[in-house]
Design a protein around this ligand. Structure first.
Ligand SMILES: [Zn+2]
Length: 328
């Protein structure tokens, strides 16, 4: 799985980090216990272990995912019931497997591989590998935090090869599915300038770091309504036209970032101090400088290229400017 990042971007429009996976998810096999058992037994089956939220990653200058055979994994006594089916790669099954936190790389005979944080390793992986890693991380995290039935409190157990959990109390039997939480993230613009904020929670980040406003979509709310509400709540600005741009799965633990451009109506920003430390308008020139020098100190810094905030900024700069700011 080494699909070229830029080639894929041209084929499918903008592909953000953590999207663009090449596995056949083969959802029709998940509920077929015999088929999954058969796939687990094949020599070509491979397993990606996660210790807590960190996957095994190979060493070297061009790291890849640390796929293991069933034989490699046997040493940590992981039963088939704990293997989460990710899909098929050229007909061979791929699984994510949570392993105990006491497991060391040496226990797995994994050579120079190591368990590494998803955020740290994502920029080093191919588009396809980063996507598989994100899928596995979100699934592993969901199972780790959903061990009980939300209706009756009984234990729940994994079904459908890891794509659902069912309450073990036969009188209840509630089935839960892995959740994905929608978050709107918007580049607010007006008269050729854009509005970026510095969140209160980002105080530990570098000075000057500003980003797009963002927030969870609430029940009973459309994407456009969420953009307008969040912008008004956080920055005190009313928004007119909202335009969807692209989306990004964000596996921390499991959100879908919905990227939009939103045109602010007249008015001055007025921050919610509980959410934002500051907010201000930046010119195209200031934003271009910040995007190009995103990893350098400056009056304005933007988040790194793996984030949709960075890519929204690039896309906004490129619109109508003739600049080539395509996904790196
Ligand atoms: Zn129940």
């Amino acid at each position: 799985m080494t699909k070229n990042r830029s080639a894929q971007g041209r084929d499918q429009g903008m592909t953000h980090t953590f999207a663009g996976g090449c596995l056949d998810r083969a959802a029709h096999l998940r509920s077929d216990a015999a088929a999954i058992a058969g796939l687990l037994e094949t020599d070509g089956a491979r397993f990606l272990p996660y210790r807590a939220a960190s996957p095994l990653v190979t060493g070297g200058r061009s790291p890849g995912l640390g796929w293991l055979s069933a034989e490699d994994l046997a040493v940590v006594v992981v039963g088939p019931s704990e293997a989460l089916f990710l899909g098929l790669e050229e007909g061979e099954a791929r699984f994510a497997v949570p392993v105990p936190e006491t497991v060391q790389e040496g226990d797995l005979g994994a050579g120079s591989s190591s368990f590494r944080g998803v955020r740290e390793v994502a920029p080093l992986l191919s588009v396809a590998d980063a996507s598989v890693m994100a899928t596995g991380r979100s699934l592993v995290a969901w199972h780790a935090s959903h061990g009980y039935c939300p209706r009756c409190g009984s234990a729940s157990s994994m079904i459908d090869a890891g794509h659902a959990r069912r309450c073990t109390d036969s009188r209840c039997g509630v089935v839960q599915f892995p959740r994905t939480d929608p978050v709107v993230i918007m580049l607010i613009h007006r008269n050729g300038s854009c509005l970026l904020g510095r969140a209160v929670r980002s105080r530990r980040y570098p000075p000057g770091l500003h980003s797009c406003l963002a927030g969870y979509v609430e029940p009973g709310e459309s994407i456009e309504e969420a953009v307008r509400r969040e912008t008004l709540e956080e920055a005190g600005l009313r928004v007119g036209h909202v335009r969807y741009h692209s989306s990004q799965p964000w596996p921390f633990p499991s959100t879908l970032m919905i990227g939009c451009f939103a045109e602010a109506l007249a008015g001055r920003p007025r921050i919610d101090p509980a959410e934002l430390e500051s907010v201000r308008w930046f010119t195209r020139e200031e934003l271009l400088e910040a995007v190009v020098r995103w990893d350098e100190d400056g009056a304005l810094r933007v988040p790194p290229p793996l984030t949709i905030a960075h890519q929204l900024a690039r896309a906004w700069l490129s619109e109508g400017s003739g600049l080539d700011t395509s996904h790196p």
